[in-house]
Design a protein around this ligand. Structure first.
Ligand SMILES: [Zn+2]
Length: 273
């Protein structure tokens, strides 16, 4: 599943390919992905210039004069920009036809989303899917103080709190496991038990882990490719994620794996307390 760094890389790729360009039409080949696709999208977008491209959590916001297209890549979605026409293949569900090429959404599992938020409804951030998202981990509002406040009175495990997205958004399973390792915090620790000092450390490691992944072009997991069609995703050199039974890179203790709410969690029993 594309996580925040991958989506950020896609946003950067899109800015390079289509920002400031005008849409001619849109082609929708299925009636719905996770939700129904917007009716009349082609007519709405025709002649509109793509003024800005933003990422919010794992959503891509394509801002046009009359509204915003909200795109989520779901479990298996990818975007590809083509300057030469190619016949659509299976699972190529949506094309945005620009004056200089085609932006194509491919999504075999169809958990992705393409939604339209008209500017008459207010800013795209007011959309129900976006309005309650936590702060951006790479933005100025995220630090140990905010994480500490957000963990008070919360008895759930810190890893689950990170994944829930209400305090901080977009820290998915891989990056939660890696950040907790780097901060020396066991994933099952009750969030409320973390001291301010440990929250400071964890916030720093979340930011560093995500920033490193973005620099590397995101983590390669499955069939995910960047906006330019390159599969420019380098395998993240994980400390613990996906390394069950292998020696910890710091202390050589075998890495453990358990499930927290059906999500695999990896940790070093010596380095993380
Ligand atoms: Zn260790």
């Amino acid at each position: 599943m594309p996580e925040l760094p991958e989506v950020e890389v896609v946003a950067r790729g899109l800015r390079a390919c289509v920002l400031g360009r005008t849409v001619r039409s849109a082609v929708l080949r299925v009636p719905r992905l996770r939700w129904p696709l917007p009716e009349g999208l082609s007519e709405r977008l025709a002649g509109q210039r793509l003024d800005d491209i933003e990422r919010r959590g794992k959503y891509l916001l394509l801002h046009f004069g009359q509204g915003s297209l909200i795109v989520h890549l779901g479990m298996s979605g990818s975007l590809r920009f083509m300057t030469r026409w190619e016949a659509p293949r299976a699972h190529d569900h949506v094309d945005l036809c620009f004056e200089h090429g085609w932006l194509r959404l491919h999504d075999p599992r169809r958990f992705g989303a393409v939604l339209w938020h008209g500017s008459d409804l207010g800013p795209a951030g007011a959309h129900p899917l976006l309005a309650r998202l936590g702060v951006e981990p790479l933005g100025g509002g995220f630090d140990g103080a905010l994480l500490h406040r957000g963990t008070r009175g919360r008895r759930l495990a810190i890893k689950q709190l990170l994944l829930a997205g209400q305090v901080v958004v977009g820290v998915g399973n891989i990056y939660a496991s890696e950040s907790l390792f780097r901060a020396g915090i066991r994933p099952t620790t009750a969030a409320a038990r973390l001291s301010r000092r440990r929250c400071d450390r964890l916030a720093d490691e979340i930011r560093a882990t995500l920033a490193e992944a973005i620099d590397r072009g995101g983590t390669t997991l499955r069939d995910f490719s960047g906006a330019d069609g390159q599969s420019g995703y380098f395998q993240l050199d994980c400390f613990v994620y996906g390394r069950e039974g292998q020696p910890c890179r710091h202390c050589a203790t075998p890495v453990r794996m358990a499930h927290q709410q059906q999500r695999a969690t990896f940790w070093c029993p010596s380095c993380q307390t």
